[in-house]
Ligand binder design. Structure first.
Ligand code: PHE
Length: 453
């Protein structure tokens, strides 16, 4: 979790907030959602969601956090909000906890791929598959459908999280990630280059960048909205907590733009890497499940590069650390809540939050394989939890957040936060205020309800 000391410098502050935003959401979830929702049409809708709704909602969280000086529930309390508003913070905590269940499973996959990259098993030919084509799809399907491997890695990841949270080495991990994240960025640039020079790169880029507007449906817009909030870590109270450490002189508007655009850039880079590879290796014919897309495409890209294993180890190491920093910060929301609300000691709070994951995350892991026949509203357990937390809880929480800040918070609080008590001018203040008061609550509500019209 972010510590005060991290935010002594402007770069530190941005790095920590970007660190929270950039994670499996960009690398794993974004390409999967793009593929499931029609390619470039999804990208376009996603960018609009980030610019029109994501940045203003981020500013709402920043303002609430810096003015309220506490966690998601405490901030409302400190600003004198009535009890029902605390529920908004509580909804964010619930969403973050559910996200943790399935995020931990994917974090486990990154661990497995790191281990397989180090041992070289990932790149060994599989008996019965003649050429390299499709080999990684088979391997991933085997891995998740067999069950024990995926569950074992999830358990390992939960255990690592418990260890870090109990030993209190978050600071070290945070520092490690602030070094690794910029390196991950450079690494992605290299992979972008390799991917766009693949034989069928043009077809992949066309799919990712040339929108077919007929593909934009209410469902696609809802998925884009959910993805943008997931990726920017909005609606979970994380940024309320982070911004409570922001110094008074931090320019919130500039910070929100920088963080959001960097997060967007990483997502777009992932698209530029993944889709040329999908086309070039004929992976679209393999009936790839969205959730496993990255774990199949990237090894294909690495196997085209000299020093395959080197790049593979480097990438999955960075991704594993990025996943770990995210799981720790998501878990910390619930741990802190247990400590503050129920007066639990640190150890008890950590164990209460993380031990149930051995059950919940196992169910999520198995629902991608042996339990995939169990469907809730036509989706696997994994996908339905993801849908409920990401597409319902985060947007609903954000609507209430906007309504509180726009209409019920102490008068002038939002403007004062955006302008640092009137000391800076920004032409965006008026428009952001308008979005938070009117546009965001109405638009988000419409998007939420649109699939039912
Ligand atoms: N935004 C992160 C991602 O894209 C997920 C996350 C959510 C991390 C909330 C921390 C807190 O992966």
């Amino acid at each position: 979790m972010a510590q005060q000391s991290l935010f002594k410098s402007k770069i530190g502050l941005i790095a920590a907030t970007v660190g929270s935003a950039v994670g499996l959401g960009n690398v794993w979830r974004f390409p999967a959602e793009t593929q499931a929702n029609g390619g470039a049409a999804f990208l376009l809708t996603y960018i609009l969601c980030v610019l029109v709704l994501g940045i203003p909602v981020m500013l709402a969280e920043f303002s609430l956090g810096r003015a309220g000086h506490s966690d998601a529930v405490g901030a409302f309390k400190n600003l004198g909000a009535s009890r029902c508003w605390w529920g908004v913070g509580a909804l964010g905590i619930l969403a973050s906890y559910i996200i943790l269940w399935f995020y931990m499973v994917v974090a486990g996959w990154t661990l497995e791929y790191l281990i397989q990259s180090i041992t070289g098993v990932l790149y060994e030919p599989i008996a019965g598959i003649s050429d390299g084509n499709g080999q990684f799809a088979v391997r991933m399907n085997q891995f998740i459908s067999e069950g024990p491997g995926a569950v074992a890695n999830t358990f390992l990841m939960i255990a690592i999280n418990i260890g870090v949270l109990l030993l209190g080495v978050q600071k070290g991990i945070e520092r490690l990630s602030s070094i690794l994240m910029p390196l991950l960025f450079v690494l992605l640039l290299v992979f972008c280059y390799v991917s766009v020079t693949l034989p069928d790169a043009a077809a992949g880029l066309e799919y990712f960048l040339n929108p077919d507007f007929s593909k934009i449906t209410p469902g696609v817009v809802l998925n884009a909205l959910g993805q943008s909030f997931f990726s920017l870590s909005l609606g979970m109270g994380i940024l309320i907590t982070y911004s409570s450490y922001f110094p008074a002189k931090t320019r919130l508007i500039k910070t929100a733009f920088t963080v959001s655009l960097l997060d967007l850039l990483v997502a777009v880079m992932m698209g530029v890497i993944i889709f040329p590879a999908v086309m070039s290796f004929g992976l679209q014919d393999h009936g790839l499940e969205g959730a496993t897309l990255v774990f199949v495409t990237l090894p294909e890209v690495f196997s085209q590069m000299p020093g395959t294993q080197f790049w593979s180890v480097l990438f999955f190491l960075f991704l594993m650390v990025a996943a770990l920093t995210s799981t720790i910060s998501i878990a910390e929301v619930s741990v802190k809540f247990m400590q503050d609300r129920f007066r639990f000691g640190r150890v008890k709070a950590c164990l209460t939050v993380l031990c149930p994951l051995f059950l919940f995350s196992t169910v999520c892991a198995l629902s991608q394989g042996p339990l995939s026949h169990i469907k809730i509203c036509g989706m696997t357990i994994f996908d339905s939890l993801d849908f409920f937390a990401t597409n319902i809880c985060l947007p609903v929480g954000s609507i209430f957040l906007c309504v509180y800040l726009g209409w019920f918070s102490p008068k002038g609080l939002f403007e004062s936060q955006l302008t640092n008590a009137g000391t800076i001018r920004s032409r965006f203040v008026g428009i952001i205020r308008f979005i938070i008061r009117y546009l965001a609550p109405i638009l988000i509500a419409l998007v939420l309800l649109s699939p039912y019209f």
